[in-house]
Design a protein around this ligand. Structure first.
Ligand SMILES: C=C1C[C@]23C[C@@]1(O)CC[C@H]2[C@@]12CC[C@H](O)[C@@](C)(C(=O)O1)[C@H]2[C@@H]3C(=O)O
Ligand code: AKG
Length: 266
C-alpha cells in the first residue's frame, strides 16, 4: 500500500510491480462453477493454494448487476460538489483519492456503505435528489443476492472441511454485528496516464492491500487492472470479465482456517 501524506499527481504513479514472468509457474485463476457439485472439491484447494478464485453460475441475477452498474454510473457522473455532500467517508460515504484512515491515496473515487440489510443510505444519496430510494432498493437487491452467493460458498467450504455446523463461516456474514461493507470503486480517466506509461510508471488506482474481512466478492464492469499477489511475490493480472465474480479470501478467514488446521493436529 502506498502511504503518502501530500497527494499530488506524482504520488499516484509508481514503478511497475514485479510481474509473473516465470514460464514454469504460470498459474491460472481457479474456476469454481457453482452449478457443478464437483466444484466444491476444488474450493478448499483454491482457498488454501491461491486465496483467490473466479465464480461462474453464481445465481446473482444479471438484472440486479446491470441496475447497480447503471445507478453507480449515475452517481459517479454527478458533479464533484454534489458527490462531496455524501462525504468524507466516516468510514461510510463518498471518498475521493484518500482511502481509509492511514493516509493512503489512489486514483479512485468510491462509495463505501454498510452492507447490513436495514442500513439507511439517505444521508449519502442527496445526489439522487428526489429518488434516493431507487438507489437504496438497487443496492439492497444486489447486496442480498451477493451475500446469498457468499454464504453458499462459505457453506460449501465448511462441508468440504467437514466442519459443523455448516454455517460456521456464513453466520459471520449474516450476524447482526457483521462488519460487511459494500463498496463501489470508480477509476476515472487520468490526464497524465499515457505519458507516465511511456516512462515505465504505473498508475495506482487502489494500492496494495489485504482485505481484513472473511471474504471479498469482487466484480468489474468488464475492466482489467486488478492484480493479485502470488506466493513468490510476483503480481498477476486478473483478466477483464463481465459476468463472473471473483472471490478473495480475507485475513479473517485465513486466521480461522489456520486455527482449524492447528486444532486438527491435536
Ligand atoms: C487502505 C486501506 C483501505 C481499507 C483499509 C486499508 O488500510 C487496507 C484495507 C482496505 C479495505 C479493503 C476492503 C474494504 O473495502 C475496506 C473497507 C476494508 O475493510 O479494508 C477497505 C478499507 C477502507 O477503505 O477503509
Ligand atoms: O476495485 C477493485 O477492483 C479492487 C478494490 C479492492 O481491492 C477492494 O475494494 O478491496
Amino acid at each position: 500500500m502506498v502511504a503518502l501524506s501530500k497527494p499530488s499527481i506524482e504520488q499516484f504513479f509508481m514503478k511497475p510491480s514485479k510481474p509473473n514472468t516465470n514460464p514454469l509457474i504460470f498459474p491460472t485463476i481457479p474456476l469454481i462453477d457453482l452449478s457443478k457439485p464437483e466444484s466444491k472439491q476444488h474450493l478448499v484447494k483454491a482457498c488454501q493454494d491461491f486465496g483467490f478464485f473466479k465464480v461462474v453460475n453464481h445465481g446473482v441475477p444479471t438484472k440486479f448487476i446491470k441496475k447497480l452498474e447503471s445507478e453507480a454510473l449515475k452517481f459517479f457522473s454527478s458533479p464533484l460538489s454534489t458527490k462531496e455532500k455524501a462525504g468524507p467517508p466516516d468510514p461510510f460515504g463518498y471518498g475521493n483519492k484518500r482511502i481509509g484512515r492511514n493516509g493512503d491515496v489512489g486514483w479512485v473515487e468510491y462509495l463505501l456503505l454498510n452492507a447490513k440489510p436495514e442500513s439507511d443510505y439517505q444521508r449519502y444519496l442527496s445526489v439522487f435528489e428526489e429518488n434516493p430510494e431507487i438507489f437504496q432498493g438497487v443496492v439492497n437487491d444486489y447486496v442480498t443476492a451477493v451475500k446469498k452467493m457468499a454464504c453458499e460458498i462459505l457453506e460449501l467450504l465448511a462441508d468440504e472441511m467437514k466442519l459443523q455446523p455448516r454455517n460456521v463461516f456464513s453466520k459471520l456474514l449474516m450476524d447482526e454485528q457483521s462488519d460487511s461493507v459494500f463498496r463501489v470503486n470508480h477509476y476515472p480517466p487520468c490526464p497524465e496516464f499515457q505519458e507516465n506509461e511511456r516512462n515505465g510508471r504505473k498508475l495506482v488506482g487502489f494500492g496494495e492491500h489485504t482485505d481484513p474481512q472473511i471474504i471479498s466478492v469482487l466484480r468489474s464492469n468488464n475492466t482489467s487492472g486488478l492484480e493479485i499477489s502470488l506466493r513468490d511475490g510476483s503480481w498477476m493480472s486478473v483478466p477483464a470479465d463481465s459476468d463472473s465474480f471473483f472471490i478473495n479470501v480475507g485475513d479473517s478467514l485465513q486466521v480461522l482456517n489456520n486455527h482449524i488446521l492447528q486444532l486438527d493436529k491435536h
